[in-house]
Design a protein around this ligand. Structure first.
Ligand code: A2P
Length: 291
């Protein structure tokens, strides 16, 4: 009896363990359930640039499809009802993994936790991507301006890595303005890697222009907000191109709310019409901030 009892105890223990494993699989890290409408992706890489900015890469579920420039809702499996924020995919649509570029807000509902992620951690992503910063929302043109501040460069990191962009536009001008030079590093690294890549390098040679400026470090060679550099004509002078013209130029804008409002007004004042997915136009706008 004693022996049989021990045997059945062991079997019960094994069964309990198996049930616990299955339960753990259905629940996220930290014991919270993974909702049905999300992908649970694994973090593969994290790089911090400053105390305000970092980049991370994750696995990509095979079923997840998006257009370069779109965003998805990102969260963490750290609560029964996780907090989600909009994140542009910074990687292009063809890439097997996903890249994101994020702000860190000390007491931000999502980023106070997200900034601590490490390779192997789980990130939740709602299944449906969306967004207006897509080539489909623009009418044909010859010069594409991608105007960004801060983490607003993320959707453009996707677009400049998509060969379709160079099929549709002769010239691609990516502007990135930040407070200090260290905040420009993500974009600088990205463009340098593209230029060094044998295939991509050839495609973008003489066609992709990366134009950076800062507003809070007097030592950096190029100073000023992008709005100022457009208004005083320095952007066009430096690039050796004519001023903004709705006949030939298309514009995508991504940054803080104030930046979007000012650049939208600037485009409208120059005769540009705003586009959308169902009605392509001459410029498109999307906000880029999380907390
Ligand atoms: P500034 O330093 O003059 O505020 P942030 O990190 O706060 O989002 O800012 C990123 C960059 O965007 C900064 O260089 C900032 O300049 C600039 N910026 C802020 N507001 C505007 C605006 N309304 N139009 C254009 N650029 C802006």
């Amino acid at each position: 009896m004693e022996g049989a009892g021990r045997e059945s105890d062991a079997a019960l223990e094994a069964r309990t363990e198996r049930a616990a494993d299955a339960d753990a699989e259905a629940r996220g890290v930290g014991g919270f359930p993974i909702p049905d409408n999300v992908y649970a992706e694994t973090v593969t890489e994290v790089e911090h640039y400053t105390d305000r900015l970092f980049r991370f890469r994750t696995t990509r579920s095979q079923a997840f499809r998006f257009r370069s420039g779109e965003f998805a809702m990102i969260g963490l499996p750290n609560a029964e009802r996780p907090v989600y924020r909009a994140y542009s995919m910074a990687s292009p649509a063809w890439d097997e993994t996903l890249e994101f570029f994020s702000i860190k807000v000390p007491d931000g509902p999502l980023t106070q936790h997200l900034q601590k992620i490490k390779p192997g951690d789980t990130v939740l992503m709602r299944k449906k991507p969306t967004g207006t910063l897509v080539l489909d929302a623009l009418l044909p043109g010859s010069r594409l301006y991608l105007l960004s501040t801060g983490t607003g460069i993320a959707p453009f990191a996707s677009i400049i890595r998509d060969p379709e962009t160079y099929d549709k536009f002769e010239q691609v001008i990516l502007t990135h303005t930040c407070r200090i030079p260290a905040e420009l590093r993500y974009g600088e690294q990205l463009v340098a890697e593209m230029r060094d890549d044998p295939l991509v390098g050839e495609l973008v040679e003489g066609r992709l222009h990366h134009y950076t400026s800062v507003t809070r470090d007097a030592d950096f060679p190029r100073q000023g907000r992008i709005t100022t550099l457009i208004e005083n004509g320095k952007l066009f002078e430096d690039l050796g191109v004519p001023p903004l013209d709705p006949a030939t130029d298309r514009v995508m804008i991504c940054g803080s709310m104030a930046m979007l409002q000012d650049l939208k007004a600037l485009c409208l004042a120059r005769g540009f019409e705003e586009g959308a997915n169902n009605k392509p136009g001459q410029f498109v706008v999307e906000k880029a901030f999380a907390d």
